[in-house]
Ligand binder design. Structure first.
Ligand code: VGL
Ligand code: ZN
Length: 241
């Protein structure tokens, strides 16, 4: 069969049988089926990051139905929460004369300063009420050290302190992660880059994320992720039976 013909055949057939083995149409059409060694990571889908919250990401709430839908295809789900102390080092209000979205130098390097957000135990820091990921096995909170931020779910911004997530996933035999949530260019990108660096095959599900996009940060994040081998996919690429 010619390649084009074969592709059409694969797309049309409900099931493809090769040497007596039947592959479902979804496989034939090239969809990704997350297996028992894959985990969905749902990053920071919290009230603080959706319209009405303290650090709203434009259209941040639109990730919720997309995540709810693909979550059904996963056996393993991890949810994260940005979980800051009051007076956290990443808050502009902590630094005299500083305004949100300016930067400052902290002990570990440059830090973007944010409005006060996601303070531990507040409604603002709670998960979005419509997020439905009942299979979630661990809720990992990050950014709770007063003087260190943590965009990544794996490693704090000092690049020394581990959150323990890599160990948790590795001990459970997880090899592949699919990263979703908020915000594409901060916590999602940092989580995906660390996941890849720490040895996981890493996908970012683009339409299951929304960005802050501060001074070109979204473009930079995608370029960096591409360069490091993080795969960019859409939720329609996942086989949600
Ligand atoms: C985030 C800025 C500050 C995020 C968290 O979840 O992307 N961004 N804290
Ligand atoms: Zn934060």
């Amino acid at each position: 069969m010619q390649t084009a013909q074969r592709r059409r055949f694969l797309l049309q057939s409900a099931a493809l049988t090769v040497a007596g083995v039947s592959f479902p149409a979804s496989w034939a059409a090239g969809k990704i089926k997350p297996g028992e060694r894959a985990a969905l990571i749902v990053v920071d889908v919290q009230n603080c990051f959706v319209p009405g919250g303290t650090l709203p990401v434009a259209k941040g709430d639109e990730v919720v139905p997309v995540i709810n839908r693909i979550a059904t295809a996963f056996e393993n789900v991890v949810v994260t929460q940005d979980w800051h102390t009051q007076g956290h080092a990443s808050f502009a209000s902590t630094h005299a004369g500083k305004k949100p979205f300016e930067t400052t130098q902290l002990s570990y390097g440059q830090q973007v300063l944010w409005p006060d957000h996601c303070v531990q135990g507040t409604d603002d820091a709670a998960l979005h009420k419509d997020l439905k990921v009942p299979k979630a096995q661990v809720i990992l909170r990050k950014g709770f050290h007063q003087h260190v931020d943590s965009y990544s779910a794996f490693e704090e911004a000092d690049r020394k302190t581990s959150t323990g997530l890599a160990g948790y996933l590795k001990q459970r035999g997880i090899k592949t992660v699919f990263v979703t949530g908020l915000a594409t260019d901060f916590c999602v990108a940092w989580t995906a880059l660390d996941a890849k660096r720490l040895g996981f095959e890493t996908y970012v599900v683009e339409d299951a994320t929304r960005a802050i996009d501060l001074n070109g940060s979204l473009d930079a994040a995608w370029k960096n992720m591409k360069a490091k081998g993080v795969k960019r996919i859409q939720s329609s690429d996942i086989d949600v039976a």
